[in-house]
Design a protein around this ligand. Structure first.
Ligand SMILES: C[S@@+](CC[C@H](N)C(=O)[O-])C[C@H]1O[C@@H](n2cnc3c(N)ncnc32)[C@H](O)[C@@H]1O
Length: 239
């Protein structure tokens, strides 16, 4: 049986993938460390994210390594950035929020749908035991795998394919983070959620909500966290 309980819909509209607010931009000659610290203080902590591993991860991961070279000076801006193929690296705050919403613990195994640049996977990998991430665009998937490898991540497992079906051979997952929006939650992802696990997913075409689904003893509990704007999930989700 499924228990569906709708929760709080926050008023703030959050741009995560399709636009750039333009704040917090150029490096101004600061070190990467100083830029990351300013990003965490002004964009992440200021909006209420306080999970220590999330803040530590975002203070340590060189986000400029995840954006195209001409955009390196914009890597710590308060908005998404293009990464090619019509796709984006999400706004830093959204990466932090989605990571916090799965309630990360060191022993967890987490699935991400939409590897993109690999940045969200890297943040997750600082907080949990293993990250499994799927990207549908082969070139992006290959680039992200090489980037994560060069940064020394051994607990991120990459795959090129349609994430609609999840990763059945590695299921169940303690957390699932989806960074592209389907119009409805893919059933295979719900099936691959472990007891006590959380799925964080943008849902909708046009207007979208960030939805958190938790698997409990009683079934699936669902709440809406906040309005968002993500690129659409492609592949089977479009059929
Ligand atoms: C907002 S971007 C990813 C941001 C990424 N998490 C990051 O940190 O850079 C969404 C990604 O989802 C991918 N995507 C869209 N539909 C997908 C699907 N069905 N399966 C896997 N990846 C998908 C897109 O190609 C794109 O790279």
């Amino acid at each position: 049986m499924r228990l569906i309980a709708m929760g709080t819909l926050l008023a703030a509209s959050v741009l995560c993938c399709a636009a750039d607010s333009g704040a917090g931009g150029a490096s101004g000659g600061d070190s990467g460390e100083a830029r990351r610290d300013r990003m965490v203080v002004t964009q992440i902590e200021a909006r209420g994210v306080d999970q220590p591993c999330v803040l530590d991860a975002m203070r340590s991961i060189p986000r400029e390594r995840f954006v195209p070279a001409p955009l390196e000076n914009d890597a710590y801006r308060d908005g998404p950035l293009p990464i090619g193929h019509g796709q984006t690296i999400s706004q830093p705050y959204i990466v932090a929020l989605m990571t916090e919403l799965i309630e990360p613990q060191p022993e967890m195994r987490v699935l991400e749908i939409g590897t993109g640049s690999g940045y969200q996977a890297a943040v997750l990998a600082e907080c949990v035991a293993d990250v499994y991430t799927i990207e549908i665009i082969p070139e992006l998937g290959r680039q992200a795998a090489a980037r994560l490898d060069s940064l020394g991540y051994t607990n991120i497992h990459t795959h090129v394919g349609d994430g609609y079906d999840g990763w059945p051979d590695e299921a169940p997952f303690d957390g699932i983070v989806v960074t592209a929006a389907p119009s409805e939650i893919p059933e295979p992802l719900l099936d691959q959620l472990a007891l006590g696990g959380r799925l964080v997913i943008p849902v909708g075409r046009g207007s979208q909500d960030l939805v958190v689904v938790t698997r409990t003893e009683q079934g699936l509990e669902q709440r809406v966290e906040t309005p968002v704007r993500f690129v659409p999930m492609t592949g089977k989700a479009e059929q």
